[in-house]
Design a protein around this ligand. Structure first.
Ligand code: C2O
Ligand code: CU
Ligand code: CU
Length: 496
């Protein structure tokens, strides 16, 4: 365990899986059919099982397109006033059926994986009372949300076992696809892996007026890679350098599922909820998709995309017009950065019907607010030092403030990657625009308001954060969770 794990506790999850691995005494269940293909999960000395019978038996639950896409249930408010909406959730252990016929222990909000979807509206505060029924400290961070430091899930603000906390989200920001997850430092690479992540969909009037697909035509998709033990339990292996890389792709908690789609326009809200894996997604052999939003909400104009890249924590809001396809068409969504078992992400099966379409794709979506001229410039070198990852030559230290931007101003932050790994850099308490990339011009993956940006090996990326949240402390970090665990997180104090 890294020395900077100030709180001194660790979740039992690691022990729990380690015990399973020992009991099984062999390679991962998934490993049976995928031996040797997954750099991040291969372990020196693990014994290969070659029995054809075992292999065949093991393969079935991992075959793609066998299960229908699950949609996480929506959390129902317990109470509502004019200006506030109240929700409650309990973080606890649960059982998920990820592999058909197997019970997989998970950590879940209300025990389910992925967590329930929370819907919220701009202008009305969400109060999320969270009870911690796990035997170790937890908190909740609303990723992409602009909330006060006390409500932001700062790694030092933890809910003790048996305790609870009421997070207040003012929702004073544009409609966007946000997500919530654990942010307990030293724990969350495991707790998120074992299930603690869910969608938070924020709506506003401007977006409603655009007549985008709604209801069952508006689908959140959480993409995550995982590995399994023979008994169907999740297997986690910490790799500080590469980050965790699993050999099985899940969407909303199901192995590369299929989804029946009518001949309609669909809004697909993609989230890369993986610990460390990047995806470059392509539909069929490169069919056109229309991107309408990114991390911070709607883009200015729709963008035609034949592929798009998502690093951990990034979102892409995509429209696909299935009226372009005949019933019976099967369209596979592929990950161009995957190998073998991590290529197939999901499949869309076009079916008859769909009725008449009311949704449409407008020419313009939302004007992007201008940014004030930058008030300061900062440069952050991203590098590895022994078993730590550093930002600007420093590892996480909760007792140190690393910079003090002014509320209401914007700054230029340059991330200089001096390593051979991708770092998805995420800043709390603000949104930013990507203004320059060393490797060339800003790409289509950089459009709109962002909260997480992919910084490729040896690349420099300049972003312009607009500090519009609240005074106080916020963290910024690499969202490759194992990198953050290994120190790749600093904090700023927003000052007046
Ligand atoms: Cu998605 Cu600091 O978090
Ligand atoms: Cu965040
Ligand atoms: Cu990183």
């Amino acid at each position: 365990m890294p020395a900077f794990n100030h709180s001194g506790w660790r979740p039992p999850a690691d022990a729990w899986t380690r015990r399973d691995v020992m009991r099984n005494g062999m390679a991962s269940f998934a490993g049976l059919c995928l031996l040797g293909n997954v750099p991040g999960t291969r372990r020196p000395g693990s014994k290969a099982v070659t029995s054809a019978a075992l292999r065949a038996q093991a393969r079935a639950p991992f075959e793609p397109f066998r299960r229908d896409l699950p949609i996480p249930p929506e959390l129902v408010p317990t109470r509502r006033t004019r200006n506030e909406e109240f929700f409650e959730t309990t973080i606890r252990e649960g059982i998920a059926e990820i592999l058909p016929g197997f019970d997989t222990p998970v950590y879940g909000y209300d025990g389910i994986y992925p967590g329930p979807t929370i819907r919220a509206s701009t202008g009305r505060t969400t109060v999320l009372t969270t009870r911690n029924a796990l035997p170790f400290h937890q908190n909740v961070h609303l990723h992409g949300g602009l909330q006060a430091p006390r409500d932001d899930g700062h790694p030092q603000d933890l809910i003790v076992p048996g305790g609870s906390f009421a997070y207040r989200y003012p929702n004073d920001q544009d409609a966007s696809t946000l997500w919530y997850h654990d942010h307990a430092h030293g724990a969350n690479s495991r707790t998120i892996y074992f299930g603690l992540a869910g969608f938070y969909l924020l709506e506003d009037d401007l977006e409603r007026d655009l007549e985008l697909p709604r209801g069952k035509y508006d689908v959140p998709l959480m993409i995550q890679d995982r590995a399994f033990n023979r008994d169907g339990s999740l297997r986690y292996g910490e790799d500080i350098d590469l980050g965790f890389l699993g050999d099985t792709i899940l969407v909303n908690g199901a192995v590369a599922p299929r989804m029946q789609v009518e001949r309609r326009l669909y809004r697909l809200r993609f989230l890369n909820g993986s610990n460390a894996r990047d995806y470059r997604l392509r539909l069929g052999r490169g069919r056109v998709m229309t991107q309408i939003g990114s991390d911070g909400g709607l883009l200015e104009f729709p963008l035609r995309r034949r592929r798009f890249t998502l690093s951990p924590a990034e979102r892409a809001d995509i429209l696909i017009d299935f009226r372009d396809y005949r019933p019976g068409t099967e369209l596979v969504l592929r990950n161009e950065l995957g190998e073998r078992s991590t290529v197939a992400v999901m499949r869309f099966d076009v079916v008859r019907g769909g009725g008449s379409e009311e949704a449409r794709i407008r020419r313009a979506l939302r004007p992007l607010a201008p940014l004030p001229r930058p008030n300061a410039e900062r440069s952050w070198v991203l590098s590895m030092a022994g078993t730590e990852w550093h930002i600007g030559g420093r590892a996480w230290n909760p007792n140190r403030i690393d910079c003090r931007p002014r509320l209401g101003t914007s700054e230029l932050w340059q991330f200089v990657n001096r390593s051979q790994r991708v770092h998805p850099m995420h800043i709390h308490g603000c949104h930013f625009r990507v203004v320059a990339r060393g490797s060339g011009r800003v790409t289509d993956d950089d459009r709109g308001w962002k909260d997480t940006v992919r910084v490729a090996p040896d690349e420099r990326v300049t972003v312009q954060p607009y500090i519009t949240s609240f005074p106080g402390r916020y963290v910024f970090h690499c969202h490759a969770l194992e990198h953050a665990t290994a120190g790749m997180m600093l904090q700023m104090e927003v000052v007046r």
